[in-house]
Design a protein around this ligand. Sequence first.
Ligand code: ZN
Length: 277
Amino acid sequence: MVMVASGYHWTPYKPVEAEDIRFLWDDVINRRRTIERNHFFEARLAFGVHTGVPIANPDDLFAAMDEYCRTEPVVALGETGITPAQHVQSWGLDEQRTVVGAQMELAADHDLPIILHTPNKRPADQPTYRPGVGTPGYEKNTNLTQDPVLTGENPSLEAVRMDIDIADQVGLPEDQIVASHADPNNVDFLLSETECYASFTLGYPWLTGVTAADVADAIDRYGPDRILVETDCANVLRTDVRSVKRAILELYRLGVDEDDIRQVVLTNPSAVFGFDY
Ligand SMILES: [Zn+2]
């Protein structure tokens, strides 16, 4: 298990500062051993600075992040990545670029993978809810969502393209990027135009529409070499902790080759994050 300490800070009660991010990082360090003992997971860590809300003084974080990257349980940076629309207060694209780029530089320096937060495109078949009530299943005051800072036709994909541009600019090899929340909107770009890994988040299909069928489809079209699956379990939204296990069975039922299933659920994640299997 990789515990990702990178808070989206949905609907924060006060402006988010560097020390709030440090609190999250230290919290996973302090709880890792207990979680391993109580849940029988081998737990490794990822640290990130998210761009879902502005952080007052993000530059205060990167020297500490550099130090944390030298510690043994840290296997990745992130998640992070350009976010098209923030909560409570917008964060300009230039500031976001700086924050994402600084983390990518550290990933390159430490030869660690970085987990990208790629924004999902809302599935067309979701119902439209009463304004301000929002989608059920997570703790977010949708009234506080700000106007997007990315306004093109497909801002979710545009954000990912910007992330890859930043990686290229700072010299981070694309095969050190794990693009989380892969979906039908970005998977073709990720697997045909980049060297990144595409990681399908299967823990909340009620929100994204992404299921094992999308994984099977991607394996069918691109092969299993750069595909992963994960739960992205978070206690701010309704997530299925067993979604990876369910996906193994579902991929089998969908007729995916057993070796390919093993590769996307176990071999690839183990190799990318340095687990010894
Ligand atoms: Zn994310």
